[in-house]
Design a binder for this molecule. Sequence first.
Ligand code: NAD
Length: 260
Amino acid sequence: QLSGKTALITGSTSGIGLAIARGLASQGADILLNGFGEPRAIEALAHEIADAHAVRVRHLPADMSRPAEIAVMAQRALDERGGVDILVNNAGIQHTAPVQDFPPEKWDAIIAVNLTAAFHTTRALLPAMLERGWGRIVNIASVHGLVASVDKTAYVAAKHGLVGFTKVVALETAQSGVTCNAICPGFVLTPLIQRQIDERGARLGVPEEQARRDLLKEKQPSLDFVTPEQVAAVALFLCSPGAAQIRGQALPVDGGWTAQ
Ligand code: NAD
């Protein structure tokens, strides 16, 4: 039960972040949404989650690639709620290309959103958690925080970095009521992965269904996608009392990917 607690989930207007926001709301937490989208659609989403679970939901529109906007978002959470109890660093982007063709601006954007943003949010919001004596930081890394794939230099570097960051924050908070862990999903069928399926289909001239099956066959032994709700279930567990001594871990939810 998380009633009375406030959770900020970055990148929660879609995919995994949205499922985590819904999951935390279902446990009674007030929700601060973040992420891009059409303002009216986001407003409707906020109302829907608030009504479904009788919690307060607000959207804070910071671009996670911009430290100044992250600072404003964090300050609003501090001013209005005295901080957050649960911080889920989830916002993430992808671009695939061999390293020699990788556009430097894409590299910078991926490192900024997938790695550096978590430093800025944590830096701003950890002190209030330590003061209150309880907190949960959940970083959505990836199997690519543990192993590599071709054409994903920026993403793999950022996610490995995020796993390293998670371990250090966990050590620095080890004697407190704040824990910091990472979740490492395999393929989850969200807009982020749908783009890779579409690109693959177009490149190889195969139908979408086959591109989807081949993508799984290459990496994910279950031959099935992880669902956003399954990732959310692990995030909820990390926020529960039973997980209080899980610290600095990177937990795969990957259909067997990293067992190979
Ligand atoms: P998604 O594209 O469905 O959602 C990404 C969310 O991040 C959206 O709400 C989007 O608006 C937001 N976002 C993107 N750039 C942003 C920015 N600059 N500032 C603020 N918000 C921004 O993607 P998803 O698959 O749900 O991915 C969520 C996280 O899970 C990412 O960190 C991703 O790397 C990670 N992940 C995804 C998979 C997968 O297979 N889908 C696997 C492992 C890890």
